[in-house]
Design a protein around this ligand. Structure first.
Ligand SMILES: Cc1cc2nc3c(=O)[nH]c(=O)nc-3n(C[C@H](O)[C@H](O)[C@H](O)COP(=O)(O)OP(=O)(O)OC[C@H]3O[C@@H](n4cnc5c(N)ncnc54)[C@H](O)[C@@H]3O)c2cc1C
Length: 427
């Protein structure tokens, strides 16, 4: 018998195994795939955005899916602890824009290998290529796991760290949700988050904007009454199927939730290419620019406002010949162009599937998890951590932070639980 079994070798499971073994417990980590940390290694564009250095309140704000639940785990282990942890393992980190922390080497592999080495040092036993089929339990407590091969392993405490359903080729295929339900937990609706959006607008179908990237526009999602649900100012991209890029990924969960609410109807989005202006101030700005250079074509007068491809597209939407001079252009057309520049409206009608999302929304309900220990409130000895929980953040290191923090707390608590257990261990 082991003291603690961890199921899943993603960031949350790796960290849980280290935390449990640091508490002098006999730990077994069971991973379905042939390798540990597959998703960790591709995260952050292969550089591993290991955490974020913004203040904790800001981190919580960037985790719109139940980020507030993390206040408690953060009081045990937080982003600064993650930084000290990796630096202690010899992985030098650097801060980039928006507080994002990466290894100085820019190699996710270095982050993963440092964790593997630490597991070795702490004698964590690892079983690879060994998918767990089910949790073993009595009415009173958890007792172990059964693999698909039929082999069983017993332990005093079990940490479930099998991730969500996004990018299943990394091993995260949603195996843990039915186990949680069997143990008496509620699993909230699962949906894709941080996912590209689909659109049937003619300019998307015709692919005329495919590959166009806008630098730092303000992208807004509206509900069916025209109320603003969220605005994100970051880069975005037009693709052959719709929209992508950081601002769009951040907006995507609001689109999913709005479509759920409105019975699947398309959702309106707005793009403000001049985020410091509104339609009126942009109108004034356009007029001033025209007055300064009345003999030039408007295409040339306004070329500093947007890249040419986007500018020409918006001029066309406002029914303006780009070669016309300012002196010839009626004021209502200038207003129409100001509107296009500051509130370009389009509809989206869905997202790519959860398999193509960066992160899973929904999961094991946090209402049934003790936030200071990550213990199940339903089954003594059972712990959850990482993306399987109903916690999801924006990309930018927030999900890995959540996985590492909940993993650390789950590992420590499972070790404490095992130490206090009256059952004798021994393999
Ligand atoms: C392309 C990509 C880029 C990303 N970039 C970022 C980023 O920059 N910043 C950020 O914060 N987040 C990012 N994320 C999200 C982040 O990687 C995840 O939220 C995080 O890996 C979740 O960690 P986890 O340990 O909970 O689960 P996972 O990393 O999904 O690990 C779960 C593990 O459990 C194993 N497993 C599953 N079922 C079983 C079973 N039955 N038996 C045994 N083992 C099992 C799986 O094989 C897997 O190894 C990215 C995600 C993707 C897909």
């Amino acid at each position: 018998m082991y003291d603690v079994i961890i199921i899943g070798g993603g960031p949350s499971g790796l960290m849980a195994s280290i935390a449990a073994a640091s508490n002098n417990q006999k730990v077994l980590l069971i991973e379905k795939g042939k390798k540990l940390g597959k998703k960790l290694i591709i995260s952050g564009g292969g550089r591993c955005n290991v955490t974020n250095r913004l203040p904790l309140d800001e981190i919580v704000k960037h985790i719109p899916g139940n980020g507030r639940f993390l206040h408690s785990p953060f009081s045990v282990f937080n982003n600064e602890d993650i930084i000290s942890f990796f630096e202690g393992l010899g992985v030098a980190l650097k801060e980039e824009d928006h507080g994002r922390m990466f290894p100085v080497s820019n190699r996710a592999q270095d982050v993963a290998e440092a964790m593997f080495k630490e597991m070795d040092r702490l004698n964590v036993a690892v079983l690879l290529d060994s998918p767990v089929k089910k949790l073993l339990m009595t009415d009173e407590h958890i007792t172990g796991v059964r693999l698909h091969t039929g082999e069983e392993y017993t332990a005093k405490a079990i940490v479930v760290a099998v991730g969500g359903k996004a990018v299943p080729q990394t091993g995260s295929t949603g195996d843990g949700y039915p186990w949680a339900e069997k143990a008496g937990h509620t699993v909230t609706d699962l949906y894709p988050t941080e996912v590209p959006l689909l659109s049937k607008e003619p300019f998307i179908v015709s692919r005329e904007l495919q590959g166009l990237a806008l630098r730092d526009p303000a992208v807004t999602v509206l509900n069916k009454k025209g109320k603003v649900l969220v605005t994100h100012q970051m880069d975005m991209l037009f693709t052959h199927f719709g929209l992508s890029g950081p601002a769009v990924l951040r907006c995507s969960q609001y689109v999913v939730k709005e479509m759920k609410k409105n019975g699947g109807a398309p959702v309106e989005m707005r793009i403000n290419s001049l985020p410091d202006e509104n339609a009126e101030s942009a109108f004034q700005l356009l007029n001033k620019m025209m007055k300064d250079e009345p003999k030039k074509s408007v295409k040339n007068v306004w070329k500093s406002l947007a890249q040419e491809r986007w500018l020409l597209f918006l001029l066309d939407r406002a029914d303006i010949n780009p070669q016309i001079t300012g002196a010839e252009l009626p004021s209502d057309k200038v207003r129409a162009f100001a509107q296009q520049l500051t509130a370009f409206a389009m509809f989206v009608n869905g997202t790519q599937p959860i398999e193509k999302a960066f992160v899973t929304g929904g999961g094991v309900s946090i209402k049934e998890i003790e936030p200071k220990t990550m213990a199940s409130k339903k089954k003594p000895g059972l712990y959850f951590c990482g993306e399987i929980l109903d916690i999801h953040g924006y990309t930018g290191g927030y999900n890995i932070t959540s996985a590492l923090v909940t993993g650390n707390v789950a590992g420590q608590s499972a070790a404490r639980f095992a130490k206090e257990s009256p059952i004798e261990s021994g393999v």
